[in-house]
Design a protein around this ligand. Structure first.
Ligand code: RFL
Ligand code: PHB
Length: 392
């Protein structure tokens, strides 16, 4: 079997890459270990930056997103009993789109399959080789049959726990890592959001986030120990803690509803450099992860895809390989700025065990400054709505 680009992983990165390549007349095959139903129902990120939403519109994926997604023009930061709004629209002229990652994945799977795209679900034993030379290959097993996919390039879009990054020669990659001493308990509930906009709350008990998926489905997060068992959190305990952490002095009322899903995510910052080895490119979570406080994980993946699809377009149009040669450096400039933003939001809003009274005062002063100074608010807004996808 042969294709131009062999793509490992059908998350947002792999599927979007396959779609953008198809629009340029470039063939790909996507290999995914999970089932279609699994990836289409996996609840993860929820916020698309302005540029990511624009890219989806430009490649024909805007219709359902614009119909069912929620355009948000700002967020609320809550601390010390106060609610302070950051107005993205006024500060940057841009907004973000609240639209679940699994909805983006559903749209992408649908558009690829409608175009006759080749996505192989439930494959196993995936391995990559030959990328140091001119003949990369991906080996995999499908329905018990071992297969080999010959390709020009391999796109490693297989997430943080995938096989592509570990396939690079020992010592080739430098890894930068920070593990946070807490995780997030994520909750999905059948309840209309109690706020029109996302609320990021700093509280002595720990961070809380009010988000949403639709006018009838709420999404919440609570800071918890990194190895917490989600079953230790009954519905009563969850709602009680959300009431406490999300309360303000301005009459905020939190509405409760049935909890339909809960899970714990550990938090870390991670970057692998470089993001290319020969004919193997790393994209999205395979190359870097961020703590979710800045809502950046899926957006970073979209940025890498935008850069690589452009570079591969140039390659196949015989316009040279400068884009491929610059891929890693181009992506990493943006990745590190987004790492900085995600780390900063995380540091500003979480309760760090052992932090003394001084550190807590500084944290409150920072929130007061960020929400009180137009210059500082603009910094937050500009990063939240997103730096340019290519060249940011
Ligand atoms: P994905 O979405 O992880 O997709 C990778 C795909 O590769 C498949 N795979 C393989 N396929 C073939 N062969 C192999 N050997 C394979 N190994 C793995 C996987 O099954 C999967 O389908 O990476 P991608 O495309 O780079 O997209 C990145 C985003 O998914 C990610 O950045 C965000 O979702 C991060 N993230 C969150 N971000 C937020 O902004 N808000 C959130 O609430 C949020 N929640 C999360 C998250 C990431 C999580 N992970 C990775 C554990 C919750 C979780 C649980
Ligand atoms: C979400 O809705 O899942 C979400 C929103 C904002 C974040 C993280 C997650 O910062």
């Amino acid at each position: 079997m042969k294709t131009q680009i062999g793509i490992v992983g059908a998350g947002p990165a792999g599927l979007l890459l396959s779609h953008l390549l198809h629009l340029q007349g470039i063939d790909s095959v996507v290999l995914e270990t999970r089932s279609r139903s699994y990836i289409e129902n996996r609840i993860r990120a929820g916020v698309l930056e302005h540029g990511a939403a624009e890219l989806l519109r430009a490649c024909g994926l805007g219709a359902r997103m614009d119909r069912e997604g929620l355009a948000h023009h700002g967020i609320v930061l809550r601390f010390g009993g106060q609610s302070r709004r950051i107005d993205f629209q006024e500060l940057t002229g841009k907004s973000v789109m609240v639209y679940g990652q699994h909805e983006v994945v559903r749209d992408l799977v649908a558009v690829r399959l409608a175009a006759g795209g080749d996505i192989r679900f439930e494959v196993s034993d995936v391995s990559v080789e030959g990328h140091e030379g001119d003949a990369p290959q991906i080996r995999f097993t499908q329905e018990g049959v071992a297969q080999v996919l010959d390709c020009d390039f391999i796109a490693g879009c297989d997430g943080f726990h995938g096989i592509c990054r570990p396939s690079l020669p020992e010592g080739f990659i430098t890894e930068y890592d920070r593990v946070y001493p807490f995780g997030w308990l994520g909750i999905l509930a059948e309840v209309a959001p109690s706020s029109d906009e996302l609320v990021y709350a700093r509280h002595a008990n720990g961070f809380a986030l009010l988000s949403m998926r639709s006018p009838t489905i709420g999404r919440f997060y609570l800071q918890c120990p990194p190895d917490e068992d989600a079953n230790a959190w009954s519905a009563d305990r969850i709602w009680s803690e959300l009431h406490t952490r999300l309360a303000d002095d301005q009459g905020f009322v939190l509405t409760e509803g049935p909890i339909i899903q809960k899970s714990v995510t550990a938090m870390r910052s991670f970057v692998a450099e470089p993001m290319r080895a020969g004919r193997l490119f790393l994209l999205g979570d395979a190359a870097h992860i961020v703590p979710p406080t800045g809502a950046k994980g899926m957006n970073l993946a979209v940025g890498d895809v935008a850069v690589l699809s452009q570079a591969l377009g140039q390659h196949y149009a015989s316009r040279g390989d400068a884009g491929l040669d610059d891929y890693s450096a181009n992506c990493l400039r943006r990745v590190w700025k987004v790492q900085r933003f995600s780390w900063w939001m995380t540091s500003m809003l979480h309760n760090f065990e052992g932090a003394g009274a001084f550190d807590q005062r500084v944290q409150l002063a920072e929130l007061d400054y960020v929400t009180g100074s137009r210059a500082a608010s603009t910094t937050l807004a500009e990063n939240y709505v997103g730096l340019p996808l290519v060249g940011g």
